[in-house]
Structures are given as C-alpha cells and as structure tokens.
Design a protein. Structure first.
Length: 376
C-alpha cells in the first residue's frame, strides 16, 4: 500500500512528459580499444560522471564512426537503494538491482520522436500528402470550426494553439481512461503557429492521424515499417481504451534505441527519406522542430527522468542515456497506463523510472556529460 500511495501522490504533481559502486550489481561494460580518431574523447571522465551513485543511471552508450566505443549498464547503487527504500519501500529495492544490457529501458517523451519518424514514413508512402496538409483531413472533428486550419506541421512543432491540460510540462493526461478523446476534444486556446507550447496531447493526436491516414493499427504500422526494419522488439504502452500513447512510453533495450539513432545519423538509412531528415534539421534556429530538440550542437530526443538519444552529425557521434527502470507486468500481454486516482492498491500503473517520479532529484545533466566527453 505504501508503494501505491507514494506513487499516486508524487505522480500527479510532477509528471512532465516534456540523474561508491556496488560490485554485486552486475555492472556490465562493452569497451573497445580506441582508434586514433577516438583519442580526443574523455570516455573515462564522462562515464565516471554519468554512472556515479546518485545519478540513477541504468545505461549509457557512446557510438562513434560506426562502432560502439563504450556501453555500460548497472543497477541501483548505495544511495539510490536508500532512496528507493525510503520513497517506495525496502521490498522494492531488488527491482532496480542487477541491471544488464538485456534489461529494458523506457522512452518517456523520446517516443514523440519515434512518432515523428512514423509520420515521415507515412508521407514517404503517400498515405499523408505532406507536413502542411490540414490535420482536419483526418481529425474530422475539427473540420467545421476554428481548428480546421491547423496543419500536421503545426502539431509536430507544438504550435497547434490547442488547450493545454494542467499538470506540468506537457500537460498531465494520464488520468483519462481515453486519452485520445481528451486530446481531440480540445478547443483553440491561442492562434495556431503563434507560440511554442509543449503538449503531450498534440503528439497523441499525431498517432490518430497516422491510424486514420493509413487505415492500419498504430503499432502494426510502426512494427512493419520501422521496428522490424531495424530488428527492434518494441513494447509501446496504451491508455485504458487501448489507444497507443504516441507521446511517450516505448520499452526496449538501449541497444535497440541505438539502432533508431543510427538510422537518423545515417540520414534515414533507407527506412525513411533523407528529405524528411532534412526537414527535421531545418529548425530555423528554433530549439524544437518536428518532435525533436536542438541542444548542445546536436539533435536530441529527450524524455522525462533523463532519457536521451543525442545525435551529433558534426562528429558522427551518438550518445544514449537511460535512467533506472522497472516495467510493471503487462496486462494480457499489453502494457497499459492506468492512473485512476482513487488511492487503491494496484490502481496505478505507469513507467517506473527513477528518481523524479518518486519525488527525488534528477542530478544527471546531459550537457555536463557531453562537456566532459568532448573535453570542452
């Protein structure tokens, strides 16, 4: 009971779909001998920072010039175990121990970037005519009012102007059993394309655009045209109405997230057109474009609790970092987000990353990691 009371209390406040090692925690490393071109990287310093006790890091990988330079995975360390015991209960400590490269990590809002790529694939295959097509061609509920002029690009760029639910960065929509309906049934709040307003609902609507444009199940389309092409075995959460959460919540190994990053670094890798990758990179100085972030001279996917894929085209580098994660048991084979807010044990099921969701402070900083890595 203590577990669920803590979870519900903290989750409703801070959810923001928009940190001395123990040798028993099965820390696993893949370290390759550096080539001369790798010598400029401070791998030792960066990984020492990124894996320190209190960062709540599960996995970090650095990839350069087509090869993994280092990949490290570990479970909860001493102070992190103490945090888990105090915040959730001592009986849950072992859920975050003994992590290896085989264990799942989760995306949180990194999932938004996957949804963008799926929209790009649908454009490549002529299911969608283009980024500047009216979203109301598919979201017909918007056709006869002031939402009719919202384009797919407006939604991808978080400039739809539609109402933003309360509850932190991105708006908390987890309490809705049907999150899709809640996102479609929003009114215009500001003029479209007026201001950037980070919205989980905008990304949720993109998933429905894909479904209606292709006539296919969202995950089936993703699996056929993206995951299977990259040899990825992904699990994508749904709401209680079985709508896939296209704004978040994909579970896979970090190695599989790396494959997604490699595809983008390779200008689409034949899976999505190079022209769509060019569209993503054409950000006109903005920090956000087509569900991707621009930071530290790199393209990034960023998820809650410090989930990162850093795509550095200039240096041909990928950096991936994921926080400690425990996936709750799927329901009839499907991972379902449940947040009924009724305080009953078992009434809440969300991706259980550490530490922020339990009231802790995320101390890992991707900019600091990159500064150390590049010796800036």
């Amino acid at each position: 009971m203590k577990f669920w009371i803590n979870l519900i209390a903290t989750f409703l406040i801070i959810i923001a779909l928009a940190s001395c090692g123990s040798p028993s925690n099965e820390k696993s490393d893949l370290i390759l001998e550096p080539t001369p071109s790798d010598m400029d990287f401070n791998l030792d310093g960066a990984f020492e920072y990124g894996l320190a006790d209190g960062t709540f890091t599960q996995s970090i990988t650095v990839f350069h010039n087509g090869r993994v330079l280092r990949s490290s995975h570990r479970g909860a360390l001493n102070s992190e175990k103490e945090f888990i015991s105090n915040a959730i209960g001592e009986e849950y400590v072992d859920l975050y121990e003994n992590k290896s490269s085989r264990d799942l990590v989760t995306s949180w809002s990194t999932g938004k970037s996957f949804t963008s790529i799926l929209i790009g694939i649908a454009i490549d295959q002529s299911f969608i005519s283009g980024l500047d097509q009216s979203a109301s061609d598919y979201i017909f509920e918007w056709q006869n009012d002031d939402r009719a002029d919202i384009t797919i690009r407006h939604i991808l760029n978080m400039r739809s102007g539609l109402f933003l639910y309360d509850g932190g960065n991105g708006g908390n929509i987890t309490s809705f059993k049907n999150q899709l309906d809640a996102c479609i049934n929003r009114t215009l709040q500001t003029p479209r394309n007026n201001n950037f307003l980070y919205s989980n609902c905008d990304s949720m609507v993109l998933g429905e655009i894909l479904v209606r444009a292709t006539g296919k199940d969202f995950f089936d389309f993703a699996d056929e045209h993206l995951f299977s092409q990259l040899d990825i075995d992904a699990q994508w959460w749904t709401d209680q109405n079985f709508n896939y959460l296209s704004y978040c919540c994909i579970d896979m190994t970090q190695e599989e997230f790396l494959k997604f990053g490699q595809m983008i670094l390779n200008n689409g890798g034949g899976i999505i057109s190079e022209s769509y990758i060019t569209e993503i990179l054409s950000n006109n100085g903005e920090s956000y474009n087509l569900q991707f972030w621009f930071q530290d001279n790199a393209l990034m996917t960023i998820g809650y609790d410090g989930q990162f894929i850093v795509i550095d085209f200039a240096n041909n580098v990928l950096v991936l970092r994921n926080s400690l994660y425990h996936q709750l048991v799927p329901i009839n084979g499907q991972t379902i987000m449940i947040n009924n807010q009724n305080g009953q044990a078992g009434s809440t099921q969300i991706p259980l990353t550490l530490p922020t969701i339990f009231g802790g402070e995320q101390t890992f900083n991707i900019s600091e990691f990159l500064n150390i890595l590049y010796r800036r």
